[in-house]
Ligand binder design. Sequence first.
Ligand code: ADP
Length: 263
Amino acid sequence: MVEKLTLGMDVGSTTSKCLILRGGKDILATALISAGTGTSGPRRALEKALEQAGLRREDIASVTATGYGRAAFPGADHTVSELSCHALGAHILEPEARTVIDIGGQDAKALRLGPEGKLLGFLMNDKCAAGTGRFLEVMARVLEKEVSDLAGLDEQAAGMAAISSTCTVFAESEVISRLAQGVEIPDLVKGIHKSVAVRTASLVRRLGVTPPLCMTGGVARNAGVVRALERELGAPIRVPSLAQLAGALGAAYYGWEKEREKA
Ligand code: ADP
């Protein structure tokens, strides 16, 4: 039983994440496809992870789906809320973390965890694109860059061009007009990152900043946002290497716990 294989599928708004776990601890494969709910992304992520591990679907004891599009994912044995899976995944990746900041494609969450990873409280912004990965995607497009280029550009900044608009649409127009004025792209990127950090920091402060802090979700891959958030909160933030896969890991682990209960 302990060696049973479980698969976690995090069907996000922008990205499908899949992870295969053996015995609740060994990660056999991970897959990330830049296409989220309502696309072929989840199926492709599943196929890629199975192929990577040299497995077939029948080898998997249980599939647990989480994320925004979890209900639309066919063939899941369990569907679990994103909050539970992110809390579980973050606790496995960073067992000491007490505050988890998760910024994904269309929402931002702040979670407070107990010593055993129990979810003690949370706050969420899922009403507004500002302060989420979507905001960064929109800005990257205006700058004719990829989101993966933003951290490097931030590092090159000589100063910071502050973005005063809090709404994504107005901020987009603001960036366009600053570009027309000849403001350097790296300085604009730094201002964009600060804008995301200010919004996220206010969410985290309302929940309470209990160290150690850890960041998960795709935006954690952007070191420029992480540094800006550290400056806003005045505290270091740990970023696990599998930050974007935290939800999928939590889902796979949930499936394994269910298998253990059955045994
Ligand atoms: P969702 O679950 O809603 O699909 P994710 O947690 O997968 O969201 O995060 C998606 C976001 O992560 C994107 O909007 C983008 O801003 C960011 N992102 C993804 N890949 C990278 C990368 N390589 N570098 C920086 N940011 C990234």
